[in-house]
Design a protein around this ligand. Structure first.
Ligand code: ZN
Length: 409
């Protein structure tokens, strides 16, 4: 029988079916069951009820013996009567951590888990071709699942927080056999856009450099959050010697934060006091934002100062217009030690130029993501074609480069 069918049925209707009655009677004949463990055998029926209610109703319908003392349950051994004690342990573990949402997970005691499996098998679960109501596995609920739900609700009541099973701030892990609760603390994430106003600053931590955009942005957040470690996810990156005057999106991540409700405007002001970078739109975000950032491949605009080996007249400079279009680029020689040697086609979307003096040009170039602009200028010994050097027929070098815009949307 399909899952939806059980859910639509009233419990009394399900419990009145001879095959269900026979299964429940058999379960009770094997050993006493508490109301939770009895009710969980028909958890798929009547979504509005708790398993404890289902258990009581089924016991009445079968005119079965009254529920045993908690420790007398032959399946769970009374763990459902100990929810308050577990909630107290969870509260103790959570003390000193700030959170808005939690989830509960369990490392179950192998013994009751095995007893439950054996009982389900006895009732015909997972047996192909069986007509048992438990064959499809959608009528009974695992005890771990009920435990996690009940403990989660209790902790939320006590702590005044919300349950979030998909993306909680903290997961409380109940180790049933050890009687202990440990925590898995999710990082905090903050998104924003940065501008890098100076040269000589790498984007991410790099041993040779005293600081980085990452450290300037994330260390104040790390201190405010009382975290242990930080990561930085940029929407692409610029070289150490390249300024980023356009706004580049990023996500900052702080691991195991004690505090989550931070004054983000004050943090942005603190970050910006340094003067080497500027952050805009700093705000908390979810983990999914990191993945979204990595899928963005925005076009970028650059300002490049170009030094030519010899002066080029206007007629020659006019050839630069021909650079708009596809450019074939092998991985630049200067980064070959760090990156694989690939051959790729990237587009120059637009290019304009202005003569600064006899041998110096200023280019404004808009490119597809992933095009190396320094090599677009020099040609990189033929590894990038066409190039400014090739178009003009003179050696050309990019002496200054700025990202002037990151075209997100
Ligand atoms: Zn039980």
């Amino acid at each position: 029988m399909a899952e939806r069918a059980w859910r639509k049925m009233r419990l009394a209707e399900v419990a009145a079916r001879p095959d269900v009655r026979a299964g429940l009677a058999e379960a009770l004949s094997l050993g006493p069951l508490c109301d939770h463990c009895l009710g969980r055998l028909v958890a798929g029926a009547d979504t509005g009820l708790t398993n404890e209610h289902r258990g009581r109703a089924v016991r009445e319908a079968l005119a079965a013996a009254p529920s045993p003392a908690p420790a007398g349950c032959s399946l769970c051994g009374g763990i459902f009567a100990a929810i308050d004690a577990w909630a107290a342990r969870a509260r103790e573990a959570l003390a000193g951590w700030e959170f808005g949402t939690i989830a509960v997970a369990s490392h179950p005691d192998p013994l009751p888990a095995a007893r439950e499996q054996a009982l389900w098998l006895r009732l015909g679960a997972g047996q192909a071709g069986s007509t048992s109501p438990w064959a499809a596995g959608d009528l009974a609920e695992p005890y771990k699942q009920e435990f996690n739900r009940l403990l989660g609700c209790r902790v939320c009541e006590l702590a005044g927080c919300e349950a979030d099973l998909k993306d909680p701030d903290i997961t409380a892990l109940a180790d049933h056999a050890a009687g202990r609760v440990t925590l898995r603390v999710e990082p905090i994430f903050a998104s924003g856009r940065y501008r890098k106003l100076v040269r000589g600053l790498p984007q991410c931590r790099w041993p040779q450099w005293p600081t980085s955009v990452q450290q300037l942005v994330v260390e104040p957040i790390l201190r405010a959050a009382g975290g242990e470690e930080h990561f930085f996810h940029g929407c692409g990156r610029e070289d150490v010697d390249v300024r980023c005057l356009g706004e580049r999106p990023f996500v900052a991540e702080v691991v195991r934060p004690r505090r989550r409700r931070l004054d983000w405007a004050a943090l942005a002001a603190e970050i910006n006091r340094d003067g080497r970078i500027e952050v805009l739109g700093l705000a908390p975000c979810r983990r999914a934002e990191v993945a979204r950032l990595k899928t963005l491949r925005p076009e970028k605009s650059y300002r490049a100062l170009v030094r030519l080996a010899e002066e080029a007249d206007e007629a020659r400079l006019a050839r630069l217009a021909g650079l708009a279009g596809p450019v074939r680029q092998r991985t630049p020689a200067r980064v070959l030690r760090r990156r694989p040697d690939l051959d790729r086609i990237r587009r120059v979307v637009a290019i304009t130029w202005r003569r600064v003096d006899g041998r110096t040009l200023e280019l404004a170039v808009r490119t597809q993501a992933g095009l190396y602009v320094k090599e677009l200028v020099s040609g990189d010994s033929g590894r990038t074609r066409p190039s400014v050097a090739e178009a003009l027929g003179v050696a050309a070098e990019c002496t200054e480069l700025d990202v002037t815009a990151v075209h997100v949307d």
